[in-house]
Ligand binder design. Structure first.
Ligand SMILES: Cc1cc2nc3c(=O)[nH]c(=O)nc-3n(C[C@H](O)[C@H](O)[C@H](O)COP(=O)(O)OP(=O)(O)OC[C@H]3O[C@@H](n4cnc5c(N)ncnc54)[C@H](O)[C@@H]3O)c2cc1C
Length: 234
């Protein structure tokens, strides 16, 4: 069977941070996906219909589908940020192999908006009460740039096996208690502490994901334990 296209409607549209925006859309009848694949998302823009590959930002266990984007000056992003409940969007998918292994410990490595499918994986582990430890190492430049911070804290409360470790690369506000600097050896060690042969999932802009692959290779992590999703287009 070919990959289907679905028209659906926006349920909510909200600014996450100064530079990121989130929408929820109705899950179309007949659409299913694994935690967490991507779709193509088509929007009506000033320049006609425009399409981008977009990771789903929610778990298949949730009633709606969610997308989160980093804003830019593109017509697509302007249209995305302006979406209102009731507006229609088109999606096609699902695609990809960036999928959580349900029986192995997981270390999720997120750079900026690369959090989207990893948030969905964390929701899935929590909703399904998976017996695996899940650690999320989440790198942002500044504290105000952290997307889905409260949602992730809520997941930590729901799932005692889930832990978020933040690291910041930019200006630190007073009282910051998390890690500092890009994801490197030290941060990786902290995230994987005590885990028995975890699978590593890295997601973000291509440069960030390439850096993660280099880091994991230096740490002698075998390739079969590494999954990556590159946000090409940034
Ligand atoms: C699997 C996957 C999942 C992704 N998930 C997310 C996500 O969850 N959140 C997120 O913010 N971004 C995600 N992206 C990136 C997203 O698709 C956009 O490329 C990115 O958001 C930049 O879009 P823009 O409109 O801001 O940039 P633009 O300035 O419009 O475009 C950036 C570059 O992409 C090229 N481009 C523009 N339109 C297209 C097109 N239709 N097809 C191919 N290339 C094009 C342009 O020529 C330019 O070089 C994902 C990408 C991939 C491949």
């Amino acid at each position: 069977m070919g990959v289907q296209a679905f028209e659906t409607t926006v349920v909510s549209s909200r600014r996450l941070t100064a530079t990121t925006h989130d929408i929820e859309v109705k899950k179309p009848a007949g659409f299913s996906f694994r935690p967490v694949q991507f779709t193509f998302l088509g929007l009506k823009t000033d320049r006609g219909l425009d399409v981008r590959p977009m990771s789903l930002a929610s778990s298949p266990t949730r009633p709606n589908l969610e997308y989160g984007v980093r804003l830019s000056e593109s017509a697509f992003k302007h249209a995305f940020a302006a979406l209102q409940p009731g507006d229609s969007v088109v999606l096609q998918g699902p695609f990809g192999h960036f999928v959580l292994e349900e029986k192995r410990p997981a270390v999720l490595l997120a750079g900026g908006i690369g959090i989207t499918p990893l948030k969905g994986m964390a929701e899935y582990a929590s909703d399904k009460a998976l017996p695996i430890p899940v650690r999320l190492l989440y790198s942002n430049s500044d504290e105000e740039d952290i997307a889905y911070r409260s949602e992730l804290e809520e997941l930590e409360r729901q799932n005692p096996r889930f832990r978020v470790i933040h690291t910041l690369t930019g200006n630190l506000l007073k009282g910051w208690k998390g890690l500092v600097g890009r994801i490197g050896k030290r941060q990786l060690k902290e995230a994987a502490k005590g885990l028995d042969r975890p699978v590593y999932y890295a997601c973000g802009k291509p440069g960030m994901v390439m850096a993660m692959m280099g880091l994991l290779s230096e740490a002698a992590i075998p390739e079969e334990d590494i999954r990556v999703e590159l946000f090409r287009g940034y």
